[in-house]
Design a protein around this ligand. Sequence first.
Ligand code: PRX
Length: 685
Amino acid sequence: MPNKKPLRRPGKQQSADISEAQIAVHWREEGYFSPSSKFIAQANLADKGIFKRFSLDKFPEYYREFADLLDWYKRWKKTLDTSNPPFWRWFVGGEINACYNCVDRHLARHKNKTAIHFVPEPEHEAVQHITYQELFVRVNEFAALLRDFCGLKAGDRVTLHMPMVAELPIAMLACARLGIIHSQVFSGFSGKACADRIVDSESRVLITMDAYYRAGTLLDHKEKAEIAVTEAAREGHKVDRVLIWQRYPGKYSSPTKLAEGRDVIVNDLLRKYRGKRVEPARMPAEAPLFLMYTSGTTGRPKGCQHSIGGYLAYVTWTSKYIQDIHPEDVYWCMADIGWITGHSYIVYGPLALAASSVVYEGVPTQPDAGRPWRIAEQLDVNIFHTSPTAIRALRRAGPDEPAKYHYHFKHMTTVGEPIEPEVWKWYHKMVGKSEAVIVDTWWQTENGGFLCSTVPGIHKMKPGSAGPGIPGIHPVIYDDQDKELPAGSGKAGNICIRNPWPGGFQTIWKDPDRFVRQYYSRYCKNPRSKNWRDWPYMAGDGAVQAADGYYRILGRIDDVINVAGHRLGTKEIESAALIIPEVAEAAVVPVADPIKGRVPDLYVSLKPGFTASKEIADRISGAVVSEIGPIARPRAVVIVPDMPKTRSGKIMRRVLAAISDHKDPGDVSTLANPEVVDKIKELVK
Ligand code: PRX
């Protein structure tokens, strides 16, 4: 049954003057759910003493436990170097290879075990089960191609614009084997968005695929590569090679032509590299493993740079102890590898632990809402991981479907956005069959892995709350006056992390100043301090800590909209709208959506002499899709006679947000043009 209850229970007064944070603290506290004794008996972590071992007075040495889960060519000399805050360096002096840790080291004991189950979207197509041995062979061959055909070497950047197919982790691991920094762009992003990331990372090689399935259609993906390369050239950057995997090996499935001398069909070329082996590069622990672009408050997406040693240690530990992955588990994270969740918790974490990881090509409800549960039954998946948006969609499309299939999850994760208690309870009862533990994991692209979550074998669960900081993570909440709120105060504020951790990003690619400014400057009392205690990390989320120590995340405090668990910068969408010549001003606001959590509404005013029309609105919407991708498509484009503005000329986005959400915009008498508010309300009605 669809959830009819409001997501929040605000007081009577509901105006734009009440902050999101204040509204959310009116939620009532939920009761606890306990993990089963069966789960606890097999859990990787059930020792409550862990929090003592990971107390701040033992920082940073407790993180050795994380790195000890990996194989090192050379052990590190210093666990953490803090000499240049906030550019922390983890496991300094250590040498390691991420691909070796995810593939080679498992061959002795697990070579015949499935590493990747690739599930094509069309249900009649066979599932591909790729063993660790086969993964080893395919990664080596592709690494040989990257090295010998493309001339790539350690430190080079390569952009991947790949859909959810087994060739994506193969390409990532091949890069990692050579020490090449990969930058995977979400396949749903447009060619233009891909171009921006190619240019910023200065990639000379683009790896893509001819086509892939999405919602029942074989989409032409190669056309995006064409746009990406052309756009990059316009920005003064040349891509030398486009490597194209075939969705159906031996057959080119795209109507887009190949450019001679530049485009190469990987499947053909690979014949030359059959049986080739490439020694994994011995990389310094702090060398970058990948870039992952994410939206911020201003300007272009920023490339979050993640390290090899620290990142891999962090995702391996959290996969083992928070997701409870054992080598014999079949694990399915339904995220896309084009986001950080997929990097950490489809590829690197599970494979470092020799688990079997499912890669599903398409949308969960294709061809019907029973699909995920059929996949779970067929592959005997016992650990499941997804977002509240997917849970809400599956609950709406097929609330009773899970009961029809014989699968059993011992563990389930939710990630990416706050989950409403009602939705959580459906997930627990129906999807988890009241057997599975749930972890609600709060973290960000910048963080590499989980920050707040219950430890599934230790803590009780509380619907709607992420839980305490995971072992080793010490959060703190500051109020608007930058004062620390007492622990468990139940008051909303700005959540920060007191201590560095190995999974944290190293910098923003080519923009270290922005890295410091955006995440550290607000709460750093002394910018000259060399003491890590003076450099709390600011996440940019509002949060409350309840008396039991659990954090409830309230959402972004900046200009970022979380659409279906994915971050979009309002500025990015507004800049796309401004490409249309008639547009004078644009303002994006988040609107509550029953499935996606939030969606963008786009308000625009036109230059003098132009009249509003559906044609203009459609062109604006089209510009957003071609600049960013369908994920950013506005729910509505509202062409207004004028923007509501303060006397100093600032657009009052909160007034627009209230109108979009059909709420009272509050007192607007202080605006420079209060009369426009009613006109806009009329338009939105
Ligand atoms: O607002 C928080 C929300 O998603 C943001 C991070 O988005 P992104 O970098 O795309 O990473 C998503 C996957 C890690 C955060 O700033 N968020 C993430 N997890 C949760 C969440 N909000 C509430 N509860 C969560 N569990």
